[in-house]
Ligand binder design. Structure first.
Ligand code: IMP
Length: 198
């Protein structure tokens, strides 16, 4: 049975399918099939928002859905932008502007530790089946670098590397990212195989 992803972010769908295809799995973008209603992300945590998206879209489409909520936490900025990653600094700021805002707020601060977090929520039209989480730890670069990936990737240097996700090959991001960790956690619970949902 097909599992539909509730996100309008094609970068995320691509990363999901890059990782899932290696496991012989795939997901379909629900927004390519239905005109989905906007889900207001007013939860207090990544998990709240992922569950809300999955539940509302599963109820709307009548299908099994998985949704994700993800973002960047910069520890010396009180874990900003966190759940506000997509609209940090205002709804209309570009990715370049959001990256610049973080670099400006950090200034020369030597404590540049950060992490990306991803929560996946799986739902039927009747309720939540399960959620999984993944993270990748790293630090914020002094300046943006690279054009790979999306969002905050040009300023995020994963631990163990000297380059940003924007510079590193996508195969490296896909082997260690928060999204990949959350996917692997979901796979170990068979959540991408809806026949095994209880
Ligand atoms: P949402 O999950 O749709 O609310 O948006 C999450 C936001 O977090 C994205 O718009 C990006 O700004 C950021 N984000 C999440 N994952 C990544 C990633 O893998 N790379 C870069 N930015 C990310």
């Amino acid at each position: 049975m097909t599992l539909y992803a509730a996100t309008s972010n094609n970068n995320k769908i691509k990363e999901f399918n890059d990782v899932l295809s290696e496991l012989g799995l795939s997901v379909e973008n629900a927004s390519h099939i239905w005109k989905l209603p906007e889900v207001i992300e007013d939860g207090k945590t990544f998990e709240d928002n992922a569950q809300k998206k999955a539940l509302e879209i599963a109820a709307y489409t009548g299908r099994n859905i998985f949704a994700e909520d993800s973002g960047l936490e910069v520890f010396s900025l009180n874990a900003e932008p966190g759940i506000y990653s997509a609209r940090y600094g205002g709804e209309n700021l570009s990715d370049v502007d959001k990256n610049d805002l973080i670099l400006k707020k950090l200034g020369k601060n030597p404590n540049r530790s950060a992490r990306y977090v991803c929560v996946l929520a799986f739902a039927t039209p009747h309720g939540i089946i399960d959620t999984t989480e993944g993270e990748v730890r790293g630090s914020i670069a002094r300046e943006p670098a690279g054009k790979n990936g999306f969002g905050y990737d040009p300023i995020f240097i994963p631990d163990g590397y000297q380059k940003t996700f924007g510079e590193l090959d996508k195969s490296i991001k896909n082997s260690i990212s928060h999204r990949t960790c959350a996917i692997h956690n979901a796979c170990s619970k068979n959540l991408f195989d809806t026949r095994k949902w209880k």
